[in-house]
Design a protein around this ligand. Sequence first.
Ligand code: PLP
Length: 269
Amino acid sequence: MDYAKRKKDTKQIGNILLVGGFDPSGGAGVLVDYYVIRSLGAVACVCPTALTVQTHKKFWGYKPLENKEFEDILKAAVESMIEVDAIKIGMIPRLEQVYILLNTIANLKVPVVLDPVVLSTSGGYLVDDLTVYKELMSVASLVTPNWIEARRLFGLESKDLNKWEEISAKSGVAILLKGGHRSGRVVEDILFYNGLSYSWKRSRLEGCFRGTGCFLSSAITFYLGCGYDLPSAVDKAENVITGALKKSVLLCDEVYLPVYIHFRRYSSL
Ligand code: PLP
């Protein structure tokens, strides 16, 4: 039996490739992505782009992986997977990493979700120059900026949703504009896709929540990898993050972490 066939025959579960930053606090980045993918029922292989030095409240900086290190780890991650069903890209601090990534995934015709993270809630910049994300948009099925990231990425200051619809149509990329960073009692996320827009609303919860963007975009990647169309994948992922936010656990004063699966309280172990 040839190797490719054996691989396909033994595949039992979705395979997601995760590329992004390592956050030692576990509040964001590829650790959250991995948690979400495994919780939802697929497996993930992971390639870090940078090691950040941060807690939930403080940010000291980050060290990008050397190009060769990044390339070797990325290739090992891809090679470990029977078949890649979808890819999620988060923090990419170096332009060279973009070209290595584009080269490595060139033959994988699978959905790519790009979360163009710029700033951590712990207070630090994760990327200096948004050119990295602009370059990656050519392969993205969906880009998931918050309003601040979207304005910088697309150079559009307007709040007019028609203008955003136009930008999405012109650039040929679906955009999920996340409303979490805005003020107001309701958080609204809006998807612009194929000339249409879709909206999801949830009540804003008190407190500071870590990694919600990573959580949502990973869940979307999971559902795209399962074969759902984009609006359905976003809809399912929005349900997942809404439930996970309600079940959030307190990490330290006023900082919460969304959880998908309830775990036992420390005191009851
Ligand atoms: N740190 C890393 C490595 C990240 O990838 C991200 C988001 O993707 C963040 C921090 C920001 O996460 P938060 O939403 O908690 O600010």
